[in-house]
Design a protein around this ligand. Structure first.
Ligand code: GLN
Length: 480
């Protein structure tokens, strides 16, 4: 049952939220030992929330647009009094003193939080294998990764543990796992959704967004979580979410650009799998059949996105993660002096990938290298913003694959950071520009696993991503 259908049934009294919750908790008990989507299942808190929703319905009140809908939260969103780990040992035992704004908004809309989902430690990774608590498996094929870093959230939706999940996307962490798990994932315009209570990875790139089994459910959740929040200084002041209202607009007359450099065309980035390129081409044909005008466009700097990202993101991470010093949060490893205690705590608390990023970022920001690395990356970022602005003079939206391949086998890339990083080549540009983008399943690869196609739109045109996504979904045979 879709989130929309569940909410309608609960609001009208046809089903109770408790009954819906029990059904989902039963699925979690039956299969999450194998999948490991959750770091923590919050069954008691969920039951209390579901009972409150049912009480509201019984009293004749409207519990909201997500009444009784089970929801999985990536474990880098703060939940008051409930462990929030970022899948890192360094936050061991820490319980946030407040809820993230998205959590409050979702609860106020009637959603029922069923648990906290696994991720790559501090959201650094593309496979959820960098978790301190062990990997998550892809529900469609448990020998494969679910993608990352929001792999637990994507897997929980794909496995039917919850119809909706929340993820965060710094370089593709919502869209790539959505593609690998055959579901919908969307990264909003930077500032459209409050990041208050999201544990920071790279603050100029991080954005929270929805996972759902179909575009309409993702739109429903987007409209709940988006909008101004005075608690987040980067929140857009007058953003009015219109995702649901955009769903039925179609693409007749819309100008669609295929980004040559990210879709296997001339001068394209390497490593795009032929089956993924073929599905992307079919998606473009489907849009043409629905009335869109198609053209091939060039965004030359988009091929530099990966290099710029892997300087900007680690630089910001090295600064953000300085706060984990053994004093203020979670783990402390005692030692004779404060400095030694800081070192011992960080050495024991952080995993290999997080350490790699902190060192890379610190290096890129150090006095002698700042201009050559960090400064240069910022220039590339500005150049990309200009290139995309120029291309959006000619077209309304852009199409690319979401990820270069379908879900790869567990363990295949864990020893080769570069092989892992190239996963993000198509998703990173939207993070660097701050633009919205959605991934929608469109057919399968040669291995039978889902392929995701990505729709990019200019800043603030989040509605357009849902509008085009809905047409692609219909062409791909509707929701799963
Ligand atoms: N895979 C990318 C990285 O490792 C993106 C992660 C993300 O979006 N959180 O940084």
């Amino acid at each position: 049952m879709s989130a929309g259908a569940i909410a309608a049934a609960v609001r009208s009294g046809q089903r109770t939220a408790v009954d819906v919750l029990d059904e989902h908790l039963a699925r979690i008990s039956a299969r999450d030992e194998e999948i490991h989507a959750f770091n923590l299942v919050t069954a008691d808190e969920a039951r209390a929330q579901a009972e409150a929703v049912d009480a509201a319905v019984a009293a004749g009140d409207d519990p909201g647009p997500l009444a009784g809908v089970p929801l999985a939260l990536k474990d880098n969103m703060c939940t008051r009094g409930i462990p929030t780990t970022c899948s890192s040992k360094i936050l061991e035992g820490w319980r946030p003193p407040y809820d993230a704004t998205v959590v409050n908004r979702l609860r106020d809309a009637g959603a029922v939080v069923v648990g906290k989902t696994n991720l790559d430690e501090f959201a650094m990774g593309s496979s959820t294998e960098n978790s301190a608590f062990g990997p998550t498996r892809n529900p469609l094929d448990p020998t494969r990764v679910p993608g990352g870093s929001s792999g637990g959230s994507a897997a929980s939706v794909a496995a039917g543990f919850a119809p909706l999940a929340i993820g965060s996307d710094t370089g593709g962490s919502i869209r790539q796992p959505a593609a690998f798990c055959g579901i919908v994932g969307m990264k909003p315009t930077y500032g459209a959704v409050s990041r208050y209570g999201l544990i920071a990875f790279a603050s100029s790139l991080d954005q929270i967004g929805p996972f759902a089994t179909d575009v309409a459910d993702a739109a429903l959740m987007f409209d709940v979580i988006a909008g101004h929040d005075p608690l987040d200084s980067t929140s857009i002041a007058d953003f009015a979410p219109q995702a649901t209202a955009s769903l039925d607009r179609g693409v007749d007359g819309l100008r669609v650009g295929v980004v040559r450099e990210l879709s296997g065309g001339e001068g394209s980035v390497e490593g795009l799998s032929p089956d993924v390129v073929a599905r992307t081409g079919e998606a473009v044909e489907a849009l043409a059949a629905a009335g869109a005008t198609i053209s091939e466009v060039s965004v030359p700097s988009s091929t530099l996105g990966l290099s710029a990202y892997y300087l900007v993101a680690p630089a910001e991470a090295s600064s953000n993660l300085a706060r984990y010093d053994g004093v203020r949060y979670g783990l402390r490893v005692d030692a004779p002096t404060t400095g030694e205690m800081n070192t011992a705590s960080r050495t024991a608390g952080f995993g290999a990938e997080v350490k790699r990023r902190i060192m890379l970022g610190t290096y890129a920001l150090s006095a002698g290298y700042y201009d050559a690395f960090y400064g240069k990356a910022l220039k590339v970022r500005t150049m990309m913003m200009r290139d995309f602005a120029a291309v959006y003079e000619q077209v309304d939206v852009l199409i690319t694959p979401t990820a270069p391949t379908t879900a790869f086998p567990l363990g295949e890339r864990t020893t080769d950071p570069m092989a892992m990083y190239v996963n993000d080549v198509c998703t990173i540009p939207s993070n660097l520009t701050g633009h919205p983008a959605i991934s929608v399943p469109f057919g399968t690869g040669d291995d039978g696993l889902p392929v995701g196609v990505q729709v990019l739109a200019p800043a603030l045109d989040d509605g357009l991503t849902f509008q085009v996504g809905a047409v692609l979904e219909a062409a791909a045979g509707g929701a799963r």
